[in-house]
Design a protein around this ligand. Structure first.
Ligand code: F0G
Length: 434
């Protein structure tokens, strides 16, 4: 068996074939992770192979996920791959953002350049591929918006039947619109993300629908490619820090696993430190890493933030995330609504832009630098997880000075950029522009 699913619980470690439809260990209920038996001798040639594939027009090579398929060797071959040419996302320097955060330099790995506008595509291409490999028909997820947009697109392109569950009134319009456009059956449930995840897990088992949330280990495998591609783009120079927002904590689990595997294969010589930033109103992992009692997770029953992508109080992947924070010498930070909103405007002013959850990265960097945790001259890559157009209402409200926090409290438009209404009169406009 060259690849398999293994229980993440160190006291269990039960193993399953990668063809079993499972989202948790049947023996202990633990999280599952994929284990690949790598061809270590061949690994020395992979960097060159991956670079050469950038010249190729073959669909698998043109994908910024499947180009690195030696790290995703879970599918008994690649004939079922479902790809929208995901990945291939840029590294963009942001001088104003660096100055704002207190850093000499910062580089953004912008996952918003993906086909559906978020990092979810890196994982969904693998999840959809596994669904096709297993001959399944219906797929489902609960989502704060991006997973559902991504799943809907990958299902549509591969002939799967997508059913999405979203918290009613709590997802950004851009994301909901995408799911409708890609033809997903869309159920708006009157409950929060954590409650709906429990519901969907039950329905997936009962109705035989394949679950594509990040409890699905194939999703996590695909998201490893975000850090692999980032390192390839940096000619394998490992940064000091990789900063990312944290919600359900699948992405930090994927980054950490991918980085550990690269280190183990001798493809990098050290691990970057991982910094996860949560929204202050939905920050159970921030509290968890600080408490001594690691046997109890401090679930937030009413998570609150305008960064709806990360409005999650009971993140399923927290045990994996804890391992990755500890192994990498990482940290967990939190940022409040004002800090996220201002950081987002600064990223926008760099000509880059992102959705609110992504801006938690810069807000977190500012705090980590101020606290002395992150040095001003550190080599920092911040991952922007979603596209600027995902949540236009938020942007318009911020710049016009009417953005209100989760309790209706007014937020300050520190970097507001209000549009001006002018008469249809050249003289008046010329006078205004000076
Ligand atoms: N940033 C964005 C834009 C997201 O959509 C999410 C998660 C995260 C960050 C957090 O990533 O969950 O791996 O820690 N969105 C999920 C969704 C939950 O349903 O689209 P995480």
């Amino acid at each position: 068996m060259s690849s398999r699913l293994v229980c993440f619980n160190p006291d269990c470690r039960a193993e399953y074939a990668s063809t079993e439809v499972l989202y948790a260990c049947t023996k202990c209920g633990g999280l599952l992770e994929a284990r690949i038996d790598y061809d270590r001798a061949a690994a020395a040639g992979w960097k060159q192979l991956w670079r050469e594939r950038r010249m190729s027009n073959a669909p698998l090579d043109a994908s910024g996920v499947w180009r690195y398929r030696e790290m995703l060797d879970l599918f008994d071959g690649f004939e079922h791959v479902v790809t929208l040419r995901e990945g291939n996302t840029p590294l963009l320097p942001g001088a104003k953002a660096a100055a704002y955060g207190g850093l000499d330099h910062v580089v953004f790995k912008h996952q918003g350049f993906n086909p559906t506008g978020s990092f979810k595509d890196n994982g969904m291409t693998c999840g959809a591929t596994q669904a096709k490999r297993l001959g399944l028909k219906r797929v489902a997820c609960v989502s704060t918006g991006n997973t559902s947009a991504s799943m809907a697109a990958y299902a549509a392109t591969s002939g799967l039947d997508p059913i999405i569950f979203i918290p009613n009134g709590n997802i950004a319009f851009g994301k909901l619109s995408q799911a409708l456009d890609y033809g997903a059956k869309t159920l708006q449930v009157e409950a929060n993300f954590d409650q709906i995840l429990a519901l969907v897990r039950e329905l997936a088992d009962r109705l035989g629908i394949y679950l594509l949330n990040s409890v699905n280990p194939f999703r996590i495998e695909g998201q490893k490619s975000i850090v692999i591609e980032m390192l390839d783009q940096r000619d394998w120079k490992v940064p000091d820090w990789v900063v990312l927002p944290g919600g359900n904590l699948g992405n930090v689990s994927a980054f950490g696993k991918g980085l550990r595997e690269l280190l183990d294969l001798g493809l990098i010589d050290k691990l970057p430190r991982l910094a996860v930033v949560q929204a202050a109103g939905s920050a159970p992992f921030y509290d968890y890493v600080r408490q001594d009692d690691k046997a109890h997770f401090p679930t937030v029953t009413k998570p609150e933030t305008l960064a709806t992508a990360i409005k999650i109080g009971d993140p399923v992947s927290y045990p994996k995330a804890l391992l990755e924070i500890e192994t990498s010498g990482g940290v967990v930070e939190r940022a409040n609504e004002q800090e996220i909103a201002d950081a987002k405007a600064v990223i926008g002013a760099c000509g880059i832009g992102c959705e609110p959850a992504s801006a938690a990265t810069l807000a977190g960097i500012k705090k980590l630098v101020a606290a002395g945790t992150m040095r001003a001259d550190a080599d920092v890559v911040a991952v922007l997880t979603g596209n600027v157009l995902k949540d236009p209402d938020y942007i318009y409200h911020y710049h016009t000075g009417v953005l209100k926090g989760p309790h209706g409290e007014p937020l300050t438009s520190t970097f507001g950029n209000k549009p001006t209404v002018v008469p249809n009169d050249a003289d008046a406009i010329a006078a205004l522009l000076g």
